[in-house]
Ligand binder design. Structure first.
Ligand SMILES: *Cc1c(COP(=O)(O)O)cnc(C)c1O
Length: 227
């Protein structure tokens, strides 16, 4: 077994244990492997190990790797990074899911770029900190952004995404996030997804009902320095 295969198996075992602990079925949880800063060859290797859900946080890197890996069957590309509206068209062409919609302008740009394309699954990124400079819509803006997205028929609102803040136990922050997810679900029955949990906190995310985990270093090993 390669080191990569061993780390993947270890994460999947921890995922299954955390799910059982929470009384959940591991099969209801999508484990996205975050491959940012790693070469496309790593995506190929992961694909050979059965990975189909891959996460990227920068548009140029997403576009380049999706092109490079176009021959691989069934890869779902999850865009998880801050999104500028001028890059939305390129993201829309490459991504299967966009986790980081945090303002109407970005939603509009994704919609405008995709009226001819299949409907795009999107999540609203929520800011769990008090710092407005961090990505994500503030909790008080959730309903109005959700309403805006629900009015764009080339987008399908699937739920919420967040990153746990530093300086607060992730379990507490994820509890709040689960409450926001409920608010969005009450607005749309298709909004059943909760994207939360990274290398350091995915068990806590599973405990509050996360459906999509975004795991990088625990599987890929340390990231190369960003170019
Ligand atoms: C990089 C990244 C991750 C993965 O982080 P790890 O700590 O390496 O698991 C998850 N979510 C987002 C938004 C990221 O940018």
């Amino acid at each position: 077994m390669t080191d990569l295969a061993a780390r993947l198996a270890d994460v999947d075992a921890r995922l299954a244990a955390a799910a059982r602990e929470a009384g959940r079925d591991p099969a209801d949880i999508t484990r996205i492997v975050v491959t940012k800063f790693h070469p496309a060859s790593l995506v190929r290797e992961l694909h050979g190990l059965g990975v189909r859900d891959v996460g990227e946080n920068r548009q140029q890197e997403l576009t380049a790797k999706a092109d490079d890996c176009a021959d691989l069957d069934g890869v779902r590309w999850h865009f998880i990074g801050q999104l500028q509206s001028k890059k939305a068209a390129a993201v829309r062409r490459a991504a299967t899911v966009v986790h980081s919609v945090d303002r109407p302008k970005v939603a509009d740009a994704l919609h405008a770029a995709g009226e001819e394309l299949p409907v795009l699954d999107v999540l609203m990124q929520v800011n769990l900190t008090d710092d407005p400079g961090r990505g994500g819509v503030a909790p008080e803006g959730i309903e109005s952004l959700a309403e805006h997205i629900l009015g764009l028929d080339s987008l399908r609102l699937r739920g919420v995404m967040a990153v746990a803040p530093l300086g607060e136990p992730p379990a507490e922050a994820f509890e709040r996030l689960a409450g926001y997810a409920d608010r969005v679900y009450r607005m749309s029955p298709q909004a059943t997804w909760l994207s939360a949990g990274m290398t350091g906190d995915f068990a806590e995310a599973i405990a509050v009902g996360a459906t999509h985990l975004r795991i990088g270093t625990a599987i890929t090993g340390a990231r190369p320095d960003r170019a």
